[in-house]
Design a protein around this ligand. Structure first.
Ligand code: PMM
Length: 362
């Protein structure tokens, strides 16, 4: 699979990294150049290139055919149960309702169904477009939960939210097909699978219900993922793995445009891996999925960058990370704990972006 990402070569270090990636030590580009990096090349390059080595090449932006460019996509409908969400017009906010005793940032806070439903209502009041309900923690090292226990946690919350908020699309965050099946029957419209359809039955459940899905990238398992994450080219490898998840979905009968892709920030990734993925989210556009979902909320890498040890104190850092990604039109849906702060940050990012698009640049 050939993937492209746009690069602005702003510093000598970035030029050096690009030289290494395309194995061209003599490559010269003026600093500030905008180019496209193509990865995953097997045969001849699909366009004129300035340097080429191994599976990667650098091309001038104008030389790359339209079909290969990581283009931001315009507004498009995304069916969700009885609703049709509009993706691409603005970044939608997916509010997190964790019904777990041990999620890393909010575990135990909403441990009863009533508390969780009240929390969901408050998130919608604060501006959440959709809600994501989860009954199993995926924090590094978290012990797995039996399906029966997960169902006992999530079903009453889904039913409570469904009746209190009939117009708000709900998603179920689970890796278990049986949990997904019953959650869809209880009113969820999207299955958020952090394993990216590792269990092929999951894709069948989604297809049978005519539901939507989010497939996330994860290296290893939640138990082992942060031990020693390793990639040669994290952006390309994450995109390839997501493409394989989309293919599993398609072969079970889930249309590609009904699935969102998510790079899985913090799931088997170091700080450098997370930053590279955030910088090159546009590469995921090349997968032609329904849209791109991003989950940076309160994650450890934000603690490393800010020195903020308490995840609940990372709302500002989380909102900034979402606003930066939204500013480049690289993200359609942001999964967040701190809805109000994220909506405020997005309002600013999107207004600035729109002003530039309208030509009011000087
Ligand atoms: N992160 C967590 C759980 N589920 N789902 C998706 N699609 N993307 C994520 O980044 C993601 C997720 C872990 O965070 P939490 O324990 O705070 O919910």
């Amino acid at each position: 699979m050939i993937l492209t990402r746009t690069l602005e070569v702003a510093t000598p270090l970035e030029l050096e990294a690009l030289r290494r990636r395309v194995r061209a030590p003599d490559l010269e580009l003026p600093l500030g150049s905008r180019v496209v990096l193509l990865t995953g090349l097997e045969g001849p390059a699909p366009c004129p290139v300035v340097a080429w080595g191994g599976d990667a090449a650098v091309a001038r932006t104008d030389d790359v055919p339209e079909a290969l460019r990581p283009v931001a996509r315009g507004p498009r409908p995304f069916p969700l149960g009885g609703h049709v969400a509009a993706l691409g017009a603005r970044t939608l906010v997916l509010g997190i309702v964790n019904v777990t005793p041990d999620s890393f940032s909010d575990g135990g806070r909403f441990a009863t169904a009533d508390e969780a439903v009240r929390h969901g209502l408050a998130l919608v009041e604060a501006g959440a477009d959709w809600l994501d309900v989860g009954g199993e923690s995926t924090r590094p090292g978290a012990p797995p939960v039996e399906a029966a226990q997960e169902l006992a946690r999530v079903l009453p919350v889904l039913r409570g939210l469904r009746s209190a908020l009939p117009n708000v699309p709900l998603s179920i965050d689970t890796q278990k097909p049986e949990v997904a099946r019953l959650a869809l029957a209880a009113g969820a419209a999207l299955v958020n699978d952090v394993s990216g359809f590792a269990d092929p039955k999951m894709a069948e459940v989604v297809a049978a219900a005519g539901a939507a899905a989010c497939v996330m990238h994860l290296q290893g398992t939640p138990q082992t993922m942060q031990r020693a994450p390793r990639y040669e080219d994290v952006v390309h490898e994450v995109a390839e793995a997501l493409d394989a998840s989309l293919a599993r979905g398609e072969s079970a009968g889930v249309p590609r445009e009904r699935m969102l892709v998510d790079p899985g920030i913090g799931f088997g990734k170091t700080l450098e891996h997370n930053l590279a993925l955030l910088r090159h989210l546009d590469a995921l556009r090349g997968l032609r999925a329904g849209g791109v979902l991003l989950g940076t909320s309160r994650k450890s890498f934000l603690g490393v960058l800010t020195g903020q040890a308490d995840p609940a104190q990372r709302a500002l850092a989380s909102a900034v990370s979402v606003a930066l990604a939204a500013g480049t039109r690289a993200v359609d849906v942001a999964r967040v704990h701190d809805v109000r702060q994220t909506r405020e940050a997005l309002a600013v990012a999107e207004a600035v972006r729109a002003a530039c698009a309208g030509g009011e640049r000087w």
